[in-house]
Design a protein around this ligand. Structure first.
Ligand code: VGL
Ligand code: ZN
Length: 204
């Protein structure tokens, strides 16, 4: 068994005070700091990394935040501008000691499509390289934490599972955006249903 720790999108814009906050996102920072000191063979992180004009931004279409459109043929909910490349909002959360992270994978860089999963874009057309990276290193188990439970964590976990990794989620080291109340719990249930391990409480 070879274990990878995958920290998803722990960036300022997903914390309270940021552009697209996950509820209580700041609460996970001490937990994340502890996780990254843990016993994993590989520790990687992802960044949501959008160009200033992106198809998932309401501003790009002069529409309202939360509206749904068809983007490149697939349904897209419109977000506030967030995680724009080079801005403070796109930086790793201040307070997170991330020096143990050995590689960062970027997603959401193509303006014409969103990418919730840290493995593929939302059409599953382009890979971020993360899956191959983990396979080349002989990783069997992927442990996931970060933001947001109901978007990037969920889709990353489902893809990790479908790529054949035994997948585990530290749900108390995750928080959701909750566009609709209950989205976080629904996401946890979806992850559990496919057979991923839901870990509550502190890491072992
Ligand atoms: C995310 C919505 C839009 C996430 C990223 O990291 O969960 N959610 N972009
Ligand atoms: Zn985004």
């Amino acid at each position: 068994m070879k274990k990878a720790l995958l920290i998803v999108d722990v960036q300022n814009d997903f914390l309270p005070g940021g552009a697209l906050p996950a509820t209580g996102g700041d609460k996970i920072i001490p937990y994340i700091n502890k996780l990254v000191t843990g016993n994993f063979d590989i520790k990687v992180a992802t960044k949501d990394w959008h160009p200033a004009v992106h198809g998932s931004f309401a501003s790009t279409h002069h529409k309202k935040i939360g509206e749904h459109i068809l983007l490149n043929g697939i349904e897209q909910i419109l977000w506030p501008d967030h995680c724009v490349q080079g801005t403070r909002g796109a930086e790793f959360a201040s307070g997170w000691d991330h020096h143990q992270i050995e590689k960062i994978f970027y997603k959401g860089t193509d303006p014409s499509i969103d990418s919730y999963s840290t493995f593929f874009d939302n059409k599953h057309l382009r890979s971020t390289g993360l899956g191959d990276y983990l396979k080349e290193k002989g990783i069997t188990d992927v442990y996931v934490a970060g933001l947001a439970t109901d978007y990037c964590v969920k889709y990353s976990v489902l893809d990790a599972h479908h790529l054949g990794f035994k997948t585990h989620v530290f749900v108390d080291a995750c928080r959701g955006i909750n566009v609709h109340p209950g989205d976080t719990e629904k996401a946890i249930e979806e992850m559990r249903t496919v057979g991923t391990e839901i870990i509550r409480g502190l890491p072992p």
